[in-house]
Design a protein around this ligand. Structure first.
Ligand SMILES: Nc1nc2c(c(=O)[nH]1)N[C@@H](CN(C=O)c1ccc(C(=O)N[C@@H](CCC(=O)O)C(=O)O)cc1)CN2
Length: 279
């Protein structure tokens, strides 16, 4: 019988700690406030931004969405980021990705104040993740995956983890986090020669390719733990990167979409907001 790894239970546990922290900060006259930089109108980024705002409202934190047109140029966006660094009412902020193609993401990452970088875009913070140093922030989605694995006590040490996707928000940092817990990690991507063969070798398969329902039954061995990071919209409904109906029949455990990694990601974002606010 497949185990459903619900993100809601994990989010609930994180929520308890965050609520206590917010109450302490409020008693000192500080309302932790999140900034969200949203450029253009990518559906998953909009969903992420709106969900994060709702969570802030529910937990008593502040949230400001800074929305810019998809055609914004590099200089104007950089100016806005520098303003956010100086804005004492914003304690931490996230820049929704992907950014439009005219924007040089690397240059943006370099000017973010690392103390406000709660989704871990700056070279300084990402270097800590790669060095296995826990004193900085982690990319929220990658950390959400680890929170789920740890909450459900999924064994990681010595296991073969296969990640489909090499993004800087999930695939690459997550590979380092799993490595830190002694998994043997493989990252697959668009140029991987025999993706199904690689995926079938996984004890833990993480789908983070950003492609709706691309992981099918022929890519999964019986007994695999399947973590679906994807948030895609198909015919008006939210679906993951895993074709759930097929794969759940083979998996030993699986995260659903919705109600899986996505619901933990926004809670991790708030946790990291509260952490930076406290500092
Ligand atoms: N800077 C970043 N930008 C983006 C990221 C990212 O990790 N960093 N990720 C994607 C979107 N994303 C996660 O990967 C995401 C999209 C939507 C939601 C969301 O709506 N969460 C809901 C619950 C959804 C569910 O039940 O699964 C909630 O928390 O209530 C979360 C994450 C794009 N851009």
């Amino acid at each position: 019988m497949v185990q459903i790894l619900s993100g809601k239970a994990v989010a609930q546990k994180l929520k308890q700690d965050i609520t206590v922290e917010i109450d302490i900060l409020k008693s000192k006259g500080v309302i932790p406030t999140l900034g969200i930089v949203l450029v253009g109108d990518e559906e998953d980024s909009l969903s992420y931004a709106n969900s994060a705002k709702k969570r802030c409202e529910t937990l008593g934190a502040g949230c400001n969405i800074f929305k810019f047109p998809a055609g914004i140029n590099q200089d104007d966006l950089e100016k806005k980021i520098l303003e956010l660094n100086e804005n004492r009412d914003i304690h931490g902020y996230i820049i929704m990705k992907p950014l439009p193609s005219q924007i040089n993401e690397k240059r943006i990452a370099e000017i973010i104040d690392p103390a406000k970088d709660i989704d871990c875009m700056t070279p300084k913070n990402i270097a800590k993740v790669f060095a296995g140093d826990n004193t900085g922030f982690s990319p929220c989605t990658a950390r959400a995956v680890m929170e789920i694995l740890n909450f459900y006590q999924i064994p990681i040490e010595g296991k073969r983890a296969v990640i489909i996707g090499r993004s800087m928000v999930v695939g690459r940092p997550l590979s380092m986090m799993l490595l830190k817990q002694n998994a043997t990690v493989t990252i697959c991507h668009t140029r991987t020669r025999d993706l199904a063969k690689e995926a079938k070798r996984a004890d833990i398969l993480i789908a983070a390719a950003g492609k709706a329902e691309m992981v099918t039954k022929d890519m999964v061995s019986p007994g695999t733990v399947v973590i679906d990071v994807g948030i895609n919209f198909k015919d008006g409904r939210m679906v993951g990167d895993v074709l759930y109906e097929e794969v759940e029949k083979l998996a030993s455990a699986i995260t659903p979409v919705p109600g899986g990694v996505g619901s933990v990601t926004t809670m991790v974002l708030l946790k990291q907001l509260v952490e930076t606010c406290r500092k």
